[in-house]
Ligand binder design. Structure first.
Ligand code: HEM
Length: 397
């Protein structure tokens, strides 16, 4: 009593406590220095031909924040937001404080922080550039399987903020949201996660909360086709060249009814094993599935109703890049869990690449029994920019 907290800290009480455990002060310091901070100081370049956070190997944490512009917003407001976001994102992602940063220390360990900026369908009307809006930068058509909640649907602007550490990510979101608060208001926030960095081998395919290996037959930025399928390139919408489009579907998993399914049925619904994600006709994760293989009764080994049988590309254009995050939010009363996927995809053209597969899955996919789309949003992702420029300038001028 009578000893202030500051006094305790100043007197080295912590080291004294450690000494009681048999450690000397020097050991404590040595152990603290042993911590590998290389991951914290890792940065991903902000400037460049493409925005970061797409071909970037997925970070452990991802937050998606959609914003609304006020009804009277004009081109200048959009340019103001994009300029502020570009300046702050260019600094924060390199471990430097934002321009009016009140907690600059929180910017010091960016941990591969990326900020990806998206433009929702209404931005084109607001900026008087409707003629430059690809028709598929629009809300997705509604599907019978959808039970969309306004809370996770639509949005005029998007920030996808990812990092391997949630602290710099939370800080970046705060700085970026505050700097535009007179011009745009938060519409929804979706927080997601994947395996923590270092807990699984680098480059391992993630698992979703149904336990499946998720992302095996996904495009890889290392593939030659990635550029053609992900980065937009047309003469009609030339402002978007080097950019892409993003679909964000929030898909709830009905884990309580999924619990009632045996392991074998779970594998049949996907067409892949749970242990390592191998197709039911193979042994290793990356074995090619054989959709023609039949068992001794003549029944297909991979059911035609399974998710991979329905989702696989039937045409070379029907491919897109999935960069999903798990979510696990507080359950509502009576619910055990509230989990699912923030199913984010990137593609050069939504109509040609994404919609044929989404339509097929909405028509039939046995996995629909345990999954429900509850949110949906579409954004144009402008190309990257060089220092001195801002993201979105080729559209807004
Ligand atoms: C494959 C899970 C929704 C498109 C897969 C795989 C899993 C999976 C585990 C197999 C491994 C892989 O190749 O990634 C899920 C879950 C979903 C979901 C849990 C919902 C909660 C969707 C949706 C789409 C989609 C909505 C498209 C609109 C695909 C595609 C493949 C795939 C294209 C690769 C198929 C192939 O070529 O083998 N998904 N998925 N998925 N999924 Fe999904």
């Amino acid at each position: 009593s009578g000893v202030s907290r500051r006094h305790i800290l100043a007197s080295g009480a912590l080291a004294a406590g450690a000494a009681g455990l048999g450690w000397g002060t020097r050991d404590v310091v040595a152990r603290a220095n042993d911590v590998d901070t290389a991951q914290g100081s890792s940065t991903v370049p902000f400037y460049g031909e493409h925005q970061a956070g797409i071909a970037t190997p997925p970070q452990a944490w991802g937050t998606f924040v959609a914003f609304d512009l006020p009804s009277q917003a004009q081109r200048g407001d959009v340019v103001g937001v994009l300029t502020a976001w570009t300046e702050d994102a260019a600094r924060l992602t390199q471990g430097k404080p934002g321009l009016a940063d009140l907690e600059p220390e929180l910017a010091a360990n960016p941990s591969r922080l990326t900020v990806t900026i998206g433009l929702g369908p209404r931005v084109f009307a607001v900026t008087g550039t409707e003629q430059h809006r690809p028709p598929w930068i629009a809300p997705l058509p509604s599907f019978d399987i959808d039970e969309l909640d306004e809370k996770f649907t639509g949005g005029d602007l998007l920030l996808q903020v990812c990092a391997d550490d949630p602290v710099p990510m939370a800080h970046a979101i705060r700085v970026l949201s505050r700097s535009v608060k007179t011009r745009a208001t938060v519409r929804w926030v979706q927080r997601g996660f994947r395996d923590a960095r270092g807990s699984v081998p680098e480059g391992a395919t993630m698992r979703n909360l149904m336990g499946q290996v998720d992302g095996t037959n996904n495009l890889s930025p290392k593939e030659p086709d990635f550029g053609r399928l992900v980065w937009h390139n047309s003469t009609q919408y030339a402002w978007l060249n080097g950019g892409t489009s993003m679909v964000v579907r929030r898909i709830e998993m009905e884990l309580d009814t999924w619990d009632e399914l045996g392991r074998n049925d779970r594998e049949l619904s996907m067409g892949r094993t749970l242990v390592n994600g191998a197709p039911l006709t193979g042994k290793d994760e990356h074995d090619e599935p054989d959709f023609d293989a039949k068992d001794r009764f003549g029944i297909p080994v991979i059911p035609p109703s399974s998710h991979i049988a329905r989702a696989r590309a039937l045409h070379p254009d029907e491919e897109f890049f999935r960069r999903a995050y798990n979510y696990d939010d507080p359950p509502s009363p009576g619910q055990v869990s509230n989990s699912g996927l923030i199913f984010a995809t990137f593609q050069a053209d939504i109509e040609k690449q994404f919609l044929p597969i989404q339509r097929r899955l909405a028509e039939f996919d046995v996995l629909n029994e345990w999954t429900t789309p509850v949110g949906s949003a579409v954004f144009a992702i402008p190309p990257g920019c060089e220092q001195g420029d801002f993201i979105g300038r080729p559209l807004t001028g």
